[in-house]
Design a protein around this ligand. Sequence first.
Ligand code: FCB
Length: 463
Amino acid sequence: MSNETIEFGDAFRWGSATASYQVEGAWDEAGKGESIWDRFAADPDHIADRRDARTACDHYHRFQADFDLMAAMGLRSYRFSIAWPRVVPGGTGAVNAAGLDFYDRLVDAQLERGITPFATLFHWDLPQALQDRGGWADRGTIDAYLRYTEAVVNRLGDRVSHWMTHNEPWVFAFCGHLFGVHAPGSKDLRTALAVAHNLLVAHGRAVPVIRAGSPGAKVGLVNNLEWIEPGTDRPEDVAAARRWDGAFNRWFLDPIHGKGYPADLLAWYGADAPRVEPGDLEAMAAPTDFLGVNFYTRRLIVHDPDRRDGPERSFLAARQIYWPFVPRAEFDEWEVAPEGLYRTLLRVQKDYHPAAIYVTENGTPWPDKVGPDGAIHDLYRTRYLARHAAAIHQAIADGADVRGYFVWSFLDNFEWGFGFTKQFGVVHVDYDTQVRTLKDSGQWYARLAREHRFPLADANAIL
Ligand code: FCB
């Protein structure tokens, strides 16, 4: 094995990420309104372990101690999200001062410790009151989002230097409105496409609002991107993989970079395609300062005209296959594929030339157990992080302008429809006691954040 070291520049940001609904708890405190996730998770049939996130990691009350730990680890950037229903409980109308006060304290607590806040405005916890009026399928939600954004940036814009409009429009649109596994739980392609469209319009229209309230700040959108390959070289599989890539990657990348919607997918969707109003495409293409890339997997895709397990899964007449020798994460459909991250970053650089790229999420679940020694020996996660960091290092060497990396996640937390059954944290959370324990992977990551380098052997070791 090599004695080489993988070195990053000192300016490269090592951070961690969370999202409001997954960690905060305090679901009805200090005037917070109901979110669609509060409503969705209240039905235990929607969540794998039949639990909800009313308390979650109780980060709402414990953030000072959580940031002490983060600072001790040397993590100098933190990506978190703001819960819209805390700030505007009814979705539109009155702003809840106590909600803004909370985020004011949250931001100051980061800055006091030398942590740079990266704030996401929408990470899926839409006010239920807006869902009752059609949610993101209704264009009225775009205006509501702009007013909510204005309230937040006017309050925090002097201290938050990096803003993200939305987290993962495709997951929100498709998992929530076509596959039915996320809030609000609908199953309709046309609705999913309308939701995705309105999210992208809202993103673009929010950019100038953020710039006005937070002068000099950097603004971007976070997309989850996957590396898609055909499962065979048969022409129908190649075409299926191209459709899949079109539906999940290009559909969200092309319009924000001024290319409009991909023509092949517009033709495929036909009458289900979203109604584009005058000015929408121009709005979506608002110039941004960075692209956030969440990366979890590669997918091998084949043509499958006869897929019959529900219309929601067959909308592309394609399905994912697996090669038995490719390792998979402890997550339904995810291959462990650092090479996919490398290729995705170069593809984004080459095809879209964003002003900068951040890997805004990457990480893996693992069924961690606290050992008899009280420690969590998650070597698997350490290897995963090392391989993905090495992939980023190589992508930078080959021309991708990647400025930082945010591990998903800082804490074990509520993993949406999987409830608490998936542990992604580099910090373990005991949900009975709320005790936090740094995992072995967290110690490894903390060292990388402090030293900006790690031994290549950590990435290329088999064990
Ligand atoms: C992403 C989400 C994030 C988390 C990870 C595992 O899709 O943005 O909230 O659930 O997956």
